[in-house]
Every structure is written in structure tokens, then in C-alpha cells.
Design a binder for this molecule. Structure first.
Ligand SMILES: *Cc1c(COP(=O)(O)O)cnc(C)c1O
Length: 410
């Protein structure tokens, strides 16, 4: 069966007595046992829950490793990443790409480093730098590919070989593409993590994260941590994710089509100085991306060379909501420097040449003509010398620059 088929045709209710068509929400913390000696399959939801099991099987299926694949669901993407990092101990070294989601950077630098983990950052999109940076203490290489939000691409197969040659593991955060568009375990990665809050859920109504592995020893370790730390995903959220997953293929098909048209359109605008999108030929490492992934994803980033102009553009968008996060059915826009990546200190961002004028668009499933019209309108108003007159000329309501809460701490 193809994935689009398996997403809607799967054992949704193993063992259900009534022939339910949809996975029931086993909203129970405990399961009664026949005797104190003989336990059934489930005893306590922290340790295992039938609704979460169905979700984990579906995602393991998507990761493409057949019977070897296992997946574990957590309360958030960061909880999933923490589970992988908690396989390490004091003195172990993580070699991380210098371009990471702000929350992952904060977890590494402000929580785990203080507990004795050593973190080394390097530009791992460049294999020569990766080879220089790895040490005998390196136990884990951690990368995002495609990275959020600079759209940088690492050669996963080569990084997996490098890690394994040094007795280390490779963990790939594949949130940007989803397992439909790339399968890092097949490229040699040991762990794949996703913030399921994004595409896997698709509706911005659950925070969740998953870790997938294809090795029974690693599966045992991650399960031990899931049960031992207690950050496994609850049954209600597991149900919502199973429901969201059913349309993953359908959603991504439309979202990618819209994103490609938007990237092309922005590319032609005089006020746009750079478009970062895996579908454009000038993406650095484009050939690596083409080899290891089967799609572009639906996040489009662009720059204007002017942080104030970028800020005005985002403020002037109407259909694109200003929000952190991405991957939902409805489109949104953000300024990563002030929002999702504000937890990376300004001097670190500057040292890593993180563009302060970068706008990140998460493209949804709306009609493309509405999205393009919204972008054109916002670009026109924002680049005009006297914005207010321009607004009236377009018969639009005046732009109200209210005090939006940009959630600088998320
Ligand atoms: C959002 C995100 C995370 C964190 O996931 P949460 O579900 O918000 O905890 C991790 N990595 C990437 C690439 C993300 O975009």
C-alpha cells in the first residue's frame, strides 16, 4: 500500500469489542488486572496506552523501516528531543549544527550543558567542518534538515557515516519536511525526531513530539525514558494526532503546491532580496536535498535587507496570521528573530549571521489567489513611502498597528 492509503486504512482499533471505525480515546490512567501476578498488555497510561500505541504505529509506518521501526510519542517536540539527549550522560559531547530551532538551542545551552553535557556547534552543512569538529567524546550528532528557518541542508548519509565511524549516533530533527518527504532512518540516521505540533498534527491544536528508531536496543532505551520520565503523550492528544495524520498527504500536496507558487512569486518582487526555499535552484546543497528528500516542504522564507520593512510586511498581512509555529492548514507569517528564535541571544544570532530581516511564511491550504493577493497587498503597502495614502487608495481599512504579543519567549 502507498502511504496515502495507509494513512487512512490501518488497524485503528486493535482488540476493540464493538467494531469501532475510529480509534477510541482510552481516557484512563489505569487498567484493571486479572491477578496481581499476571498483567495484561496495559497497566498504567504513563507506561502504555492503546490510543498512543495506534499513533506510534502509524508514525513508525511513515518512517519506512518496516517491522524494525518503532516510534515513541511525547508531550511536545522538545520532550521528544530531551528523551534522545537523555540517553547521554555527563561528559558526553553533542556535536550540533549551528543552525537550530531556538527552543532546541535553549535546551542544549541552558539546561543540558549545565547538567554536564558538552555541546559543540559547527556548520554541519559543510562536511569538512563536521570532520574537523567531531572528537572522541562525541556521542551524538544533532542536525535539522531542512533547518528552521534558514533552510540549510545537511548531507545526512555522510553525517551518519561520520558519526558511526566515531562510535557516535546521528539524530535528525525532520520537523520541516515530515516523514512523507524524507526518511532519515533509511539514510542511516539512528534517531528521527519531529515536533508533531507542526505538519503531523496539521491543525495547530496539539503539542506533541515523536522519536523514531530502527534498532531494538535504541527502542528499549527510548521506551525506558518515555516511561521513566513520564513525558509520554496523553490519550486525547494522541487521538487528535491520529485524526490529523489521516490528511497529511492531502494537506502537504496542496501546501507544497501553494508554497512553490509563492516562492516563485516572491522571487520576482523587487523588494525581496533573497528567497530561501528548497524548490529554488540557488538553495545551497540543492543537489543533496534532491537526493535525500522527495519534496520541498511548505515553509517559504525571504529577506528584504531591511528589518523594519520586514516587520511592516508581516504586520500588514491579513490572511497570514502572525504566529509562531508552522505546518497548520491556515497560513501564517513570523519574524523568527523576534519570535521562534528570540531565545537565541542577539550576539549569538549575529555571530552566526542570522538575518534579522528574515520573514518565515508557513503556507496553508487556502486558495492560492487569495494568498498571493494578500502578499502583494502587504508588500505594496509596506514599501510605499506614505503607507496611509496607499492604504486608502486600495480601499482597504487602515492598518492598525496594535501591540501584538510576539511571544518572544516561546
Ligand atoms: C517547533 C519545533 C521544535 C519544538 O517542538 P515543540 O512541539 O514546540 O516542543 C523542535 N524542532 C523544530 C525544527 C521545530 O520547528
Amino acid at each position: 500500500m502507498k502511504e496515502a492509503t495507509s494513512l487512512v486504512n490501518f488497524p485503528a482499533c486493535p482488540g476493540d469489542a464493538f467494531g469501532a471505525s475510529v480509534t477510541p480515546i482510552y481516557q484512563t490512567a489505569t487498567f484493571d488486572q486479572d491477578s496481581p501476578e499476571r498483567f495484561g498488555k496495559y497497566d498504567y497510561t504513563r507506561s502504555g496506552n492503546p490510543t498512543r500505541d495506534v499513533l506510534e504505529s502509524q508514525i513508525a509506518m511513515l518512517e519506512g523501516m518496516g517491522d524494525k521501526g518503532r516510534c515513541f510519542a511525547f508531550a511536545s517536540g522538545l520532550a521528544a528531543i530531551t528523551a534522545v539527549l537523555n540517553t547521554l550522560g555527563p561528559g558526553d559531547e553533542v556535536l550540533a549544527c549551528d543552525d537550530l530551532y531556538g527552543g532546541t538551542y535553549r535546551l542544549l545551552s541552558q539546561i543540558l550543558e549545565r547538567r554536564g553535557l558538552r555541546i559543540r556547534y559547527a556548520d554541519l552543512t559543510d562536511l569538512a567542518q563536521a570532520r574537523d569538529a567531531i572528537t572522541p567524546q562525541t556521542k551524538l550528532i544533532f542536525v535539522e534538515s531542512v533547518s528552521n528557518p534558514l533552510m540549510r541542508v545537511c548531507d545526512l548519509q555522510s553525517l551518519a557515516e561520520l558519526a558511526h565511524a566515531h562510535g557516535a549516533k546521528l539524530c535528525v530533527d525532520n520537523t520541516f519536511l515530515s516523514p512523507l518527504l524524507m526518511k532519515p532512518l533509511r539514510l542511516g540516521a539512528d534517531y528521527v525526531v519531529h515536533s508533531a505540533t507542526k505538519y503531523l498534527c496539521g491543525h495547530s491544536d496539539v503539542t506533541a513530539g515523536v522519536v523514531s528508531v530502527a534498532d531494538s536496543e535504541l527502542a528499549k532505551q527510548i521506551y525506558f525514558i518515555q516511561n521513566g520520565e513520564g513525558a509520554g503523550l496523553g490519550p486525547q492528544d494522541s487521538y487528535l494526532l491520529i485524526r490529523g495524520l489521516k490528511t497529511l498527504d492531502l494537506r502537504l500536496e496542496r501546501q507544497q503546491r501553494n508554497a512553490n507558487l509563492i516562492a516563485m512569486h516572491l522571487w520576482k518582487q523587487p523588494s525581496v532580496t533573497r528567497v530561501r526555499f528548497p524548490g529554488l535552484p540557488d538553495l545551497p546543497n540543492a543537489s543533496v536535498h534532491a537526493r535525500q528528500a522527495t519534496g520541498t516542504g511548505a515553509v517559504v522564507c525571504f529577506e528584504t535587507s531591511d528589518p523594519e520593512l520586514s516587520s511592516r510586511i508581516v504586520e500588514n498581512l491579513r490572511l497570514f496570521a502572525i504566529r509562531v509555529s508552522f505546518g497548520s492548514v491556515s497560513s501564517s507569517a513570523s519574524l523568527p528573530c523576534r519570535m521562534s528564535h528570540a531565545s537565541i541571544p542577539a550576539e549569538v544570532r549575529a555571530a552566526r549571521k542570522f538575518p534579522e530581516d528574515l520573514i518565515r511564511l508557513s503556507v496553508g491550504i487556502e486558495d492560492i489567489s487569495d494568498l498571493l493577493a494578500d502578499l502583494d497587498r502587504a508588500l505594496a503597502i509596506s514599501t510605499a513611502k506614505t503607507p496611509q495614502i496607499h492604504v486608502n487608495a486600495l480601499h482597504a481599512e487602515p492598518v492598525v498597528n496594535c501591540c501584538r504579543n510576539h511571544h518572544a519567549t516561546t
